[in-house]
Design a protein around this ligand. Structure first.
Ligand SMILES: *Cc1c(COP(=O)(O)O)cnc(C)c1O
Length: 354
């Protein structure tokens, strides 16, 4: 399939102050769009000026939430070149999400090529500041004008780009996390493993209550017994107990993070013991009481590694590693960002050059 390109005649001014980019509110000049129609498949791939789209008020995505998305970044290296981190994994996962949400699959190689072409066109939008990057958001949603419940027959696939600031402007900062005991994010047989808008919609209430108590993120427990730890909702979670790196296994209700996978691969390469298994919040609290909870950290594309300084479970507040960054968290962060920004060799073949 060819990709038609229509360049903007009114390019926007690029942000001059890269220390104030924030996250997710500035968008570049162009976007990628492709349509799906039953009987015809994916077609009409195009790069066009970034702008509003018109949609029927009856568009199915607005009523029943048939939508999936991905999130990745493009990084500028010291020599000015641009690269991405394991983008093939994102499109592979997108097809897993698509299958769960009855959305037609995409050609992973084709969309990766389309993304490369889009980022090439927008290369001047990739920030130059260390830690800043171009956030990439691919997504697919149902567009049929039909207010009935069934899988749609018409979809849009889009990629938009957003220059974003460094997640940590003053070094790795430990976050405060609150263990959610009332609400759940995912259930057995549900959509926890899919990157779909619905999972976020149902997490907002818990997040809101955590914020009201001055906690930044929610740690979700399993939706069946509310005992086993799952994830942080936009990050996977790791515990270092008595020198062993433990992360909840992928049971179907946890999102299989690419940063999670990369962290496991790195720790194993460094000779650490890494275990993927079910772990209860009770076990974590007991390890804490025994003085064996060395580190807790989240993993995700946005922050890469997010050390957890405080973990609140009911009335119990665990202060981890004196609210300082642990050695493993720091090493993972330095290695992963080192590879992403081209400062360290890409021993695993994770880098995709633009
Ligand atoms: C995207 C996401 C993550 C992190 O995945 P990465 O591939 O590491 O960015 C974790 N949990 C949820 C629910 C997510 O949507």
């Amino acid at each position: 399939m060819d990709i038609r390109t229509e360049k903007t005649t009114a390019p926007k001014a690029k942000p001059t102050d890269e220390t104030n980019l924030g996250f997710g509110h500035i968008f570049t000049d162009h976007m990628f769009v492709m349509n799906y129609d039953a009987g015809q498949g994916w077609h009409d791939a195009r790069i066009v000026p970034y702008g509003e789209i018109s949609l029927s008020p009856a568009a199915m995505c607005l009523h029943y939430g048939q939508e999936i998305f991905e999130g990745l970044k493009a990084y500028r290296t010291a020599d000015g070149s641009i690269q991405m981190f394991r983008p093939d994994e994102n499109f592979k996962r997108m097809n897993v999400s698509a299958e769960r949400m009855v959305i037609p699959p995409i050609d992973e190689k084709f969309v990766l090529g389309a993304l490369k072409q889009l980022v090439e066109l927008e290369k001047d939008w990739v920030p130059h500041t260390d830690g800043a990057s171009l956030y990439i958001r691919p997504f697919i949603f149902a567009t049929d004008p039909y207010v009935g419940v069934k899988p749609a027959e018409h979809y849009l696939f889009m990629i938009i780009l957003s220059p974003s600031g460094a997640y940590y402007s003053t070094g790795l900062n430990p976050v405060k996390i609150y263990v959610e005991e009332k609400y759940v994010r995912a259930v057995r047989g549900g959509t926890g493993f899919a990157k779909t808008a619905a999972n976020y919609a149902i997490s907002l209430k818990g997040q809101d209550e955590a914020h009201n108590q001055d906690y930044e993120q929610v740690l979700w427990l399993d939706g069946v017994e509310q005992k086993y730890i799952e994830e942080v909702g936009s990050m996977n979670i790791f515990f270092v107990i008595d020198g062993e790196v433990i992360t909840p296994q992928l049971t179907g209700s946890v999102l299989p993070g690419i940063t999670r996978k990369s962290s496991i691969e790195l720790c194993r390469k460094w000779g650490m013991k890494v275990t993927e298994r079910r772990i209860t919040i009770q076990e974590v609290a007991e390890a804490y009481d025994a003085g064996k909870l060395d580190e807790v950290f989240g993993t995700g594309t946005a922050a890469v590694i997010s050390p957890v300084g405080h973990l609140k479970w009911g009335d119990k507040i665990m202060t981890i590693n004196d609210n300082r960054i642990g050695a493993i968290s720091q090493k993972l962060y330095d290695t992963m960002t080192g590879i992403q920004y081209g400062k360290l060799p890409d021993e695993f073949g994770w880098i995709f050059k633009i």
